[in-house]
Design a protein around this ligand. Structure first.
Ligand SMILES: *[C@@H]1O[C@H](CO)[C@@H](O)[C@H](O)[C@H]1NC(C)=O
Ligand SMILES: *[C@@H]1O[C@H](CO)[C@@H](O)[C@H](O)[C@H]1NC(C)=O
Length: 213
């Protein structure tokens, strides 16, 4: 009797197994951005997938050649194509002693920043008419949020180099560095426009425009 029922189960398996094999295997991942050229790709199942991994964010970056004393390493859709449509990206920021990440804005993302090493003074401005400055000193392990589109900055106020990691809710947040855009645009804006805007002598604006190209 026992043997008979085992036999029945075996025959049932024999009947259903070919059906299971005839269909597609279940996916082993939530997504696989398929590529035709397998170099720099991973084979998971079915197709080669774009590699979602990037290493080296633990390595410190040189800040010496930067006029503002910082170095921003981006990890966005340009470095990891698999971020396409996922609405997220990352940056590592290295700050030399007295270095800063100058006032800038991301047109497409809010940013959450974590201090990994050192002490940073960070801040952002609300929009007009208040233009209110919110600032705070952050130590290792502290987190701060810069709301989407608002101008913000970080300054290393410690005696050592500092490091921060920041996540942004866009695959390509974009960045507008206020000084670069206004004073070092290409082609340059008529200095009289900025002179009126900043209530300065046009000569001061022309000096600024000559500083970096
Ligand atoms: C950032 O760091 C990398 C690696 O150390 C270096 O090659 C690059 O020139 C640095 N960029 C700036 C702006 O200092
Ligand atoms: C930070 O804000 C305080 C006022 O809350 C101000 O006195 C100080 O100068 C600010 N720091 C910077 C670097 O803007």
């Amino acid at each position: 009797m026992k043997n008979l029922s085992s036999l029945a189960i075996l025959s049932l398996l024999a009947l259903t197994l070919p059906l299971a094999i005839a269909s597609d295997p279940s996916p082993l991942q939530d997504f696989c951005i398929g590529v035709n050229n397998p170099s720099n790709a991973l084979f998971v199942n079915g197709k080669f997938c774009k590699d979602p991994k990037l290493s080296g964010l633990d390595k410190s970056r040189s800040t010496e050649s930067s006029p503002v004393g910082s170095n921003v390493t981006t990890v966005n859709v340009d470095q990891i194509p698999g971020l396409n449509t996922l609405g997220i990206s990352l940056v590592r920021i290295d700050y030399g002693v007295n270095g800063q990440n100058p006032p800038h804005t991301h047109p497409r993302a809010t940013e959450i920043l974590l201090v990994q090493e050192g002490t940073l003074l960070v801040g952002f401005f609300s929009s007009s008419p208040d233009n209110r400055l919110f600032n705070k000193t952050l130590n290792k392990g502290d987190v701060f949020v810069f709301p989407e589109g608002l101008i913000h900055f970080q300054v290393n106020i410690g005696k050592q180099p500092a490091v921060a990691l920041a996540a942004l809710n866009s695959q390509n947040p974009g960045v507008i560095v206020i000084s670069n855009t206004l004073f070092w645009s290409s082609p340059p804006i008529d200095p009289n426009v900025l002179a009126k805007s900043f209530q300065l002598d046009p000569k001061v604006i022309m000096d600024l425009q000559k500083k970096i190209g």
